[in-house]
Write a protein that binds this ligand. Structure first.
Ligand SMILES: [Zn+2]
Length: 107
């Protein structure tokens, strides 16, 4: 995909609207780069502690969430846009990570 090419604005739901809402939300957060992975939570002051490590032992940032060894297959940004099986697996994984966190501090 050519990064200089822009898609015209659309007034329709992002791909994946058939998925459970939590997974669809995670998929959209991943594709826009604002998902609640641990380095973002710490940056946004929403982390209860300074833990930024994934349960696999690697730093949990966006690039890691797309290739974490806990996923069956890695995922690319293009996969996220296409909403294919790899992207859905990454979104489910992110949602599972969110559910397993002890607590997010709201401000
Ligand atoms: Zn990991």
């Amino acid at each position: 995909m050519d990064p200089t090419t822009r898609e015209p604005p659309r007034e329709e739901m992002a791909p994946g609207k058939h998925l459970p809402f939590a997974v669809w939300k995670s998929l959209n957060r991943l594709s826009t780069g604002v998902a609640r992975w641990k380095t973002n939570l710490l940056k946004w002051g929403m982390s209860e502690d300074d833990d930024v490590m994934c349960s696999c032992g690697q730093l949990q940032d966006m690039s890691h969430l797309l290739v974490c060894l806990q996923l069956e297959e890695g995922c690319t940004h293009e996969d996220l846009i296409l909403c294919n099986d790899k992207a859905i697996a990454a979104a489910v994984f992110l949602e599972r990570c969110r559910m397993s966190r002890t607590r997010i501090v709201s401000k």
